[in-house]
Design a protein around this ligand. Structure first.
Ligand SMILES: [Zn+2]
Length: 387
């Protein structure tokens, strides 16, 4: 829960809720249920009887039977506590048939069905030479082989990794912040100070929306903030009124004002609109001057040496009172915004309600999205049908 602060106009509590992909939502449910069970696959393995042979055996097996594709997470050697074992190669369906002929029912060890225990070792009546039949390998240092069941895919989060590692050593690559389930569930990933800053920024969007509404416009506001400096770069409000342009939703206005600061912008008449002009000037004060902003962006190009000019909103985050529509979400995506915070959901919203464009694997940019910031206050604003 966000902290309340006496120097704020609003005192309500709110929750910072990550908007995840469907897959990430599923992971979160598993995490919350506490039932994490590894899918397993069968491997021939053998004890290492001569420690001096570990490196040589690992390299030889790596060349002959690489752990590639979906098995890349598996480490070749298990050297935990008293265990010193090495994976030889996967058990193939043909192996299973042969073993079944020898009355070795290992089929139950090789399916993907959940298992509650991991007493995974199955003795077999074979020698290493029966399993590694190419004759090229020097098998010195290997003991009598057996079959082990190991995780058949990489762990998706740290909790899974704990379970996986108790079965067989595996590598794990942490995902970006949004899929860190611990952070998602407890909010531990954002400090109290961070939550206050988020609230302050959303408060600015709310204030702009309220002013726009008091002048007969729609109560939707958006601010663009430089993540590094924390300064407001642009503030936009919905300008789709009778005199306005139907495309001028708050996010579109804010993005266009950023573009104008960088020498572009498609909606020149925005600067003639009294309210937006005032907000624009406030935005300029936030970054001192247009010139400074342009210079800063120019300097930021150095960070991207060897690549094209940074995108319009690279390194910027957006605070918007209402969940953006498809048009605004695509504009945010194309301008490469890094994170979007919004207050309340909208039925046709494209960042969680109707679509989840920010985590669509078919699109070439993904960004973090959080909802629920000052949700009640945002909800109270009249916003009309489109935002
Ligand atoms: Zn929109």
């Amino acid at each position: 829960m966000a902290p309340s602060s006496d120097d704020h106009k609003f005192y309500t509590s709110w929750s910072l809720i990550p908007v995840l992909s469907l897959e990430e939502e599923q992971e979160r449910k598993e995490y919350e249920s506490g039932h994490i069970i590894s899918p397993l696959t069968a491997f021939f393995a053998a004890p290492i009887t001569d420690k001096k042979q570990i490196s040589r055996l690992s390299q030889a097996l790596y060349l002959q039977y690489p752990l590639s594709g979906t098995l890349r997470h598996l480490k070749r050697v298990c050297a935990c506590q008293s265990r010193l074992e090495i994976l030889l190669r996967p058990v193939t369906p043909e192996d299973q048939l042969n073993l079944l002929k020898n009355h070795m029912d290992i089929s139950k060890q090789n399916d993907d069905s959940p298992k509650k225990t991991f007493d995974y070792k199955t003795e077999i009546n074979l020698q290493v030479t029966d399993i590694l039949q190419d004759g090229c390998l020097d098998l010195n240092g290997l003991g009598k082989p057996y079959i082990v069941s190991v995780p058949s895919r990489a762990a998706k989060n740290q909790n899974e990794q704990q379970v996986w590692a108790s079965i067989w050593p595996c590598t794990y690559h942490a995902k970006p912040k949004i899929t860190n389930l611990k952070e998602c569930n407890s909010g531990d990933g954002v400090s109290e100070q961070g939550l206050l800053q988020i609230e302050r920024n959303m408060h600015q969007a709310l204030e702009a929306a309220q002013q726009n509404q008091s002048r007969g416009g729609k109560g939707v506001g958006a601010v663009v903030v430089d993540q590094e400096s924390g300064k407001v770069v642009a503030t936009g409000t919905d300008q789709t009124g009778v005199e306005g342009d139907p495309l001028l939703h708050a996010c579109m206005v804010a993005i266009d004002l950023v573009a104008q600061q960088q020498g572009g912008g498609a909606h020149v008449k925005l600067s003639n609109m009294q309210e937006v002009d005032r907000l624009h000037k406030e935005s300029e004060q936030g970054v001192e001057s247009k010139g400074n902003e342009r210079e800063k962006r120019k300097r930021s190009k150095e960070k991207y040496a060897g690549t094209e000019v940074p995108y319009l909103c690279t390194g910027y985050e957006v605070y918007v009172t209402h969940e953006p529509c498809v048009m605004c979400s695509m504009a945010l995506l194309h301008s490469r915004v890094s994170c979007v915070y919004y207050g309340c959901s909208t039925s046709g919203g494209a960042l969680g309600s109707y679509y989840r464009l920010h985590c669509n694997p078919g699109l070439n940019h993904r960004f973090l999205v959080y909802r629920g910031v000052l949700e009640d206050e945002c909800q109270r604003l009249f916003c009309g049908n489109e935002i």
